[in-house]
Design a protein around this ligand. Structure first.
Ligand code: TXA
Ligand code: MG
Length: 324
């Protein structure tokens, strides 16, 4: 059966649309909104029903914990226990693409489903005026995973959200392309050693410089704790992905970085700039995910700064696929 394309409302982020979106959220509805990283699928983080609706809309296979978004740093204090390390990182990187996993505060209003029953909660203050206006207007923290079906490439444009979720979302606020283009860095501060659960928009080196200590990288230590959402195959386009490609094989689309062969289909950053490459990554994977190619071949990306997060997403896109 061919699914009937569902209508979806895409609105410019004018005050009237933000007010209407906030009202939808207060009544348990879901609204997709722009952040500096990727578009989020937002719901009231304090309402179990709204949080359950987020999992259902994404077809998440299990209840992975969600990030809770606030409009002002001080609002995090009612949700989680903020220690000195967290306070220093918030002062330096908030608003911005850094998510902190902290112990749940006593009397935290956040739904237990949002944190998947864990005694920690991930909090973030996005660096985007529309996101902050929406959270403030809703008057409550918003749980928001990336606004795509589970396992797919994260959306960096309103049109990506519409393609992926259709009418599963009540409204999409269109803030144009996301500036960073990769999800936030997730840092676990619930234990004695700060632990990098997901590389993202803030480079680990920058965090280490503020904390004055090295982060634990679970990716390099199989025994270390992991973010429950870090499934091996994730962020996957429909086509197979081949990494560290130096040239294009027959049928492939070559996704270049830096100086590129003439037959490259797209270039993440001709200048070899990692920030530019991060911002272009997901939109490029989507653009090349076409039936006239057999695979997407990606040129090597240096494993420094934002390159860590870019390579993390690319390795997941290239990982053996889970059964559907
Ligand atoms: O940039 C972003 O972070 C975007 C935008 C929309 O803000 N959001 C996002 O959310 O990427 P999501 O749900 O796709 O990823 C959340 C990540 C997952 O890897 C999840 O396992 C982890 O954060 N996480 C959330 N709460 C956690 C917790 N209490 N403990 C450990 N990991 C947690
Ligand atoms: Mg996601």
């Amino acid at each position: 059966m061919t699914p009937v394309p569902a209508p979806v409302r895409i609105e410019p982020p004018v005050p009237a649309a933000i007010a209407e979106a906030a009202a939808l959220l207060r009544h348990g509805g879901l609204v997709a909104f722009p952040t500096e990283t990727v578009y989020g699928l937002g719901g009231d983080a304090t309402a179990d029903r709204a949080v359950a609706a987020i999992f259902a809309a994404k077809d998440r296979p299990s209840f992975n914990p969600l990030i809770v978004h606030v409009a002002e740093a001080h609002q995090a204090e009612a949700l989680v226990k903020v220690d000195g390390r967290a306070r220093r990182l918030m002062a330096r990187f908030w608003p911005g693409p850094l998510t902190l996993v902290l112990p749940r505060a006593d009397h935290s209003p956040v739904s237990l489903l949002a944190s998947a029953g864990l005694d920690t909660i991930a909090v973030r203050l996005p660096d985007h005026a529309v996101a902050r206006a929406l959270i403030a207007a809703a008057g409550r923290p918003l749980a928001a995973p990336s606004a795509n079906r589970s396992g797919a490439v994260s959306p960096t444009l309103a049109a990506h959200v519409a393609e992926s979720l259709g009418a599963r979302v009540a409204m999409i606020l269109d803030g144009g392309p996301c500036r960073v283009g990769l999800e936030s860095t997730v840092l676990d501060l619930s234990g004695p050693v700060p632990t990098l659960l997901r590389p993202g928009g803030i480079a680990p080196e920058a965090i280490e410089a503020v904390l004055g200590e090295e982060l634990l990288h679970p990716a390099e230590d199989p025994a270390a704790p992991r973010s429950p959402g870090m499934l091996e195959s994730h962020y996957a386009p429909g086509l197979p992905v081949r990494l560290d490609a130096r040239s294009r094989r027959d049928g492939e689309a070559l996704l270049a970085f830096g100086a590129a062969p003439a037959d490259a289909a797209l270039n993440l950053s001709p200048a070899g700039d990692l920030e530019e490459a991060a911002a272009n990554l997901f939109a490029s994977l989507r653009a090349l995910d076409r039936p006239d190619f057999t695979a997407i071949a990606v040129m090597p990306i240096p494993e420094t700064g934002l390159g860590l997060a870019i390579n993390d997403r690319l390795r997941r896109a290239a990982a053996p696929r889970r059964a559907a």
